[in-house]
Design a protein around this ligand. Structure first.
Ligand code: 13P
Length: 254
């Protein structure tokens, strides 16, 4: 049985005070006995990581993650944050390859393969994102795009390492648009990704790895999405910015 995971990606939202307030509300609303078998990861901007890691100390099921990190461990890279720095503050997770990073910051699968290695070298757990644009889907290129993103970014990893990776399927056309992929569309891609994993790594590894869905997940569509065979939770944007909607989504994953 794969443990469900619900992660909140705050993107460039919430200042420190707002972040502390939101996280405190989430801690109060999402008690261990309420969330039971769901893992929760909150990914605020870098400036809030340290405070929120302290705030969630002792919370069994709520962890804090970064939204990105650099591919080098240190050096003359003005404005960047390294995986080693994240490790030094007790950060346990990072998102990598979000479509906004790919689109606005030119991140390629090759660069992401390096970032994955660097993050893993610091024992960070990685949520690796993939997803097609609307144009790619309309041109029927989505399977190819997803296969390239997953294989070029991750398939250099050993089966042992791969087991603990998390992949997030986030169709670009569903992010922040209010248009969710239908459960059939989401399940179809998740099953496709799992098949790729079976082919490359065998069934045991493929069945261990969690695949999250992201893109306009809301309390009213989360239950149906999370009940699909290959959907192991969600990566939540807009709805993660409010404690009520986020915790309802967490409960939907139970
Ligand atoms: P929304 O939930 O706002 O569509 O964002 C999804 C996302 O990009 C999470 O990483």
């Amino acid at each position: 049985m794969r443990k469900k995971l619900v992660a909140g990606n705050w993107k460039m939202n919430k200042n420190l005070q707002e972040g502390i307030e939101l996280t405190s509300e989430i801690i109060n609303m999402v008690r261990d006995e309420v969330i039971g078998n769901v893992e929760v990861v909150i990914c605020p901007p870098f400036i809030a990581l340290s405070s929120l890691i302290n705030l969630t100390q002792g919370q069994k099921n709520i962890k804090i993650g970064a939204q990105n990190c650099h591919q080098e461990l240190s050096g003359a890279y003005t404005g960047e944050v390294s995986a080693a720095m994240l490790k030094s503050i007790g950060c346990q997770w990072t998102i990598l390859g979000h479509s906004e990073r790919r689109q606005y910051f030119g991140e390629t699968n090759q660069l992401l393969a390096q970032k994955v290695n660097t993050a893993l070298s610091q024992s960070l757990k990685v949520m690796y994102c993939c997803g097609e644009t609307l144009e790619q889907r309309n041109n029927n290129e989505h399977f190819n795009i997803i296969e390239n993103q997953v294989s070029e970014g991750l398939f250099h990893l050993s089966a042992e390492v791969m087991k603990n990776m998390v992949i997030a399927y986030e169709p670009v056309w569903a992010i922040g648009t209010g248009v969710t992929a239908s459960t059939e569309q989401a399940q179809e891609i998740h099953a496709f990704i799992r098949d790729l994993l079976v082919e490359k790594y065998g069934n045991e590894t493929a069945q261990s790895l969690r695949i999250l869905y992201g893109g306009s997940v809301k309390p009213d569509n989360a239950v149906e999405l999370f009940s699909q065979k290959d959907i192991d939770g969600g990566l939540i944007g807009g709805a993660a910015l409010q404690s009520r909607s986020f915790t309802e989504i967490v409960k939907a994953a139970q």
